[in-house]
Design a protein around this ligand. Structure first.
Ligand SMILES: [Zn+2]
Length: 88
Protein backbone atom coordinates (compact mmCIF):
# COMPACT_ATOMS: atom_id res chain seq x y z
CA UNK A 1 0.00 0.00 0.00
CA UNK A 2 1.43 3.33 -1.07
CA UNK A 3 0.66 6.28 1.18
CA UNK A 4 1.15 9.69 -0.47
CA UNK A 5 3.63 12.05 1.19
CA UNK A 6 0.99 14.66 1.93
CA UNK A 7 -1.10 12.05 3.82
CA UNK A 8 1.84 11.38 6.17
CA UNK A 9 2.11 15.11 6.94
CA UNK A 10 -1.66 15.48 7.49
CA UNK A 11 -1.75 12.37 9.74
CA UNK A 12 1.30 13.67 11.63
CA UNK A 13 -0.25 17.11 12.13
CA UNK A 14 -3.51 15.52 13.25
CA UNK A 15 -1.77 13.25 15.79
CA UNK A 16 0.34 16.15 17.10
CA UNK A 17 -2.60 18.53 17.47
CA UNK A 18 -4.91 15.95 19.07
CA UNK A 19 -2.23 14.68 21.46
CA UNK A 20 -1.31 18.29 22.23
CA UNK A 21 -4.92 18.96 23.19
CA UNK A 22 -5.16 15.91 25.44
CA UNK A 23 -1.58 16.38 26.70
CA UNK A 24 -0.06 13.12 25.54
CA UNK A 25 3.55 14.15 24.99
CA UNK A 26 4.65 10.78 23.59
CA UNK A 27 2.08 11.05 20.79
CA UNK A 28 3.26 14.56 19.90
CA UNK A 29 6.61 12.99 19.07
CA UNK A 30 4.90 10.20 17.13
CA UNK A 31 3.09 12.88 15.13
CA UNK A 32 6.36 14.68 14.47
CA UNK A 33 7.87 11.42 13.18
CA UNK A 34 4.96 11.14 10.73
CA UNK A 35 5.55 14.73 9.58
CA UNK A 36 9.27 14.08 9.09
CA UNK A 37 8.53 10.92 7.06
CA UNK A 38 6.05 12.92 4.97
CA UNK A 39 8.56 15.70 4.29
CA UNK A 40 11.22 13.11 3.44
CA UNK A 41 8.86 11.45 0.98
CA UNK A 42 7.96 14.81 -0.57
CA UNK A 43 11.64 15.61 -1.14
CA UNK A 44 12.25 12.16 -2.60
CA UNK A 45 9.27 12.45 -4.96
CA UNK A 46 10.42 15.91 -6.04
CA UNK A 47 13.96 14.66 -6.71
CA UNK A 48 12.66 11.67 -8.71
CA UNK A 49 10.40 13.93 -10.76
CA UNK A 50 13.25 16.30 -11.56
CA UNK A 51 15.51 13.39 -12.53
CA UNK A 52 12.82 12.06 -14.86
CA UNK A 53 12.39 15.48 -16.47
CA UNK A 54 16.14 15.76 -16.98
CA UNK A 55 16.20 12.36 -18.68
CA UNK A 56 13.36 13.42 -20.97
CA UNK A 57 15.18 16.57 -22.08
CA UNK A 58 18.34 14.54 -22.67
CA UNK A 59 16.54 12.08 -24.93
CA UNK A 60 14.97 14.97 -26.81
CA UNK A 61 18.38 16.51 -27.40
CA UNK A 62 19.68 13.19 -28.71
CA UNK A 63 17.14 13.05 -31.52
CA UNK A 64 18.50 14.31 -34.81
CA UNK A 65 16.88 14.29 -38.21
CA UNK A 66 18.41 14.38 -41.64
CA UNK A 67 17.96 17.83 -43.23
CA UNK A 68 17.30 16.29 -46.64
CA UNK A 69 15.06 13.23 -46.07
CA UNK A 70 13.94 13.88 -42.46
CA UNK A 71 14.94 10.37 -41.40
CA UNK A 72 15.97 9.85 -37.78
CA UNK A 73 19.75 9.70 -37.64
CA UNK A 74 22.50 8.88 -35.18
CA UNK A 75 24.14 12.13 -33.96
CA UNK A 76 27.55 10.43 -34.14
CA UNK A 77 27.29 9.45 -37.80
CA UNK A 78 28.79 11.59 -40.56
CA UNK A 79 26.32 10.59 -43.24
CA UNK A 80 22.57 9.91 -43.28
CA UNK A 81 21.89 6.19 -43.41
CA UNK A 82 18.79 6.71 -45.55
CA UNK A 83 19.92 9.06 -48.29
CA UNK A 84 23.66 9.54 -47.77
CA UNK A 85 23.42 13.26 -47.02
CA UNK A 86 26.55 14.54 -45.32
CA UNK A 87 25.64 15.72 -41.81
CA UNK A 88 28.84 17.44 -40.63
ZN1 LIG B 1 18.77 11.62 -45.27
Amino acid sequence: MKIPAIAWIIIGLFISIVSGLIELKLFIWAGLVFIIIGIGKLIKEFALKEEKENKETKTQQKEYYCPRCKAKINPQSYYCQMCGQRLR
